[in-house]
Design a protein around this ligand. Sequence first.
Ligand SMILES: Cc1ncc(COP(=O)(O)O)c(C=O)c1O
Length: 410
Amino acid sequence: MSDRVPTPAQATRLAETGRFLDVAVGTANLPVHRASTVLFDTLAQAEAAGEAVGRGERHATTYGTAGTPTTMALMDALAEVEGAGHEVRAALMPSGLAAIATVLLAVLEPGDHVLVTDSAYGPTRVLCDGMLARLGVKTSYYDPAVGAGIDALIRPETKLVWLESPGSYTFEVQDVPAICAAARARGVLTMIDNTWASPVFARPFDWGVDVSVLALTKYWSGHSDVLMGAAVVREALWPQLWRAVRQLGQCVGGDDAYLVLRGLRTADVRMKRHQDNALAVAHWLLRREEVQSVLHPALASHPQHALWKRDFSGASGLFSFSLQPSLFAGDARRRAALAALCERRRHFGIGYSWGGFESLLMPARLDGLRSARPWTGGPLVRLHVGLESPGDLIADLQEGFEAMQHALAS
Ligand SMILES: Cc1ncc(COP(=O)(O)O)c(C=O)c1O
């Protein structure tokens, strides 16, 4: 009998070659793992990995949905950065809204009651009033300025309080530590959407929250080219969250996880530039006669400026301003004036997102999104101030105001 190793057929070789490289090369960045299949040497290893995934152990995997080295690196980074100084775990979802939905589905049961800030991101509200209501979960909306007064709103069946600070349309800053202390005293969970500040400017676990949800789509990735979300939870909640992640099949791909990790490397410098640019634009807006108010928590004129100063270490690039209501008579005029202000700008694009390198503007529509504290000011415009030169951005807005005045005069 020949001792020659049999030569595999071409088809076999094509399937097998180039998959395992036995060299150790250090690179600054991790390679991207794209994987559905995970391979094991033995059945025993495969079974043990399955049990470890079931228990939600760190770095355990059996399949791409449970994790790959790239997604594990991002999960670890999230836990380390967002949960600095606390025992937390992080799970990844394919969008920020998917992360919001997954944590809510992880902890809520029929008959539960949820308290949601009136300033919450619109789709969070739509989810509560839609699918969660259908599943027998009741939601009531509270004034974001409630503070420790949340205690009076807690019912025997209240399971959690949802916070977002500042609200991403009207920028009310919440007294998160006071709300968390009151909720914890009553055995109620607290969850916050920390997308606006990101961990660069806010540490929600220091404030006492149980869960922090992030749209990584925004500042973490920072380049407007990837959609992803994360739920970061205290260790005690991890089994519940992980069960929901697994049952719902929530997962992300290696390429997207890589892009978020890459964005993270520059988050600190980007956030500071967003902050400086946004403040330059906000101060300029304060002096415009067409502007009724500038809703930016870092301005001394903001109603909860003191809270922002106490709790945050900076402000991101997203804020709103309201226009003098006296300028507008009737809806048609308002529409034409807003179109003149926003359309054909040189640097500000019209877009719903934010958190990327680029500046965006969009009239904010709060119809159906407020019940506990309706918006009573003039028409709102939300700006995301990007990384361009603030002088160019201000000149662009100046032209927008001139176009708006022209539209109002015609
Ligand atoms: C405050 C806030 N939270 C969550 C999300 C949802 O993120 P995603 O677009 O990734 O679903 C957004 C998106 O605009 C947001 O503004």
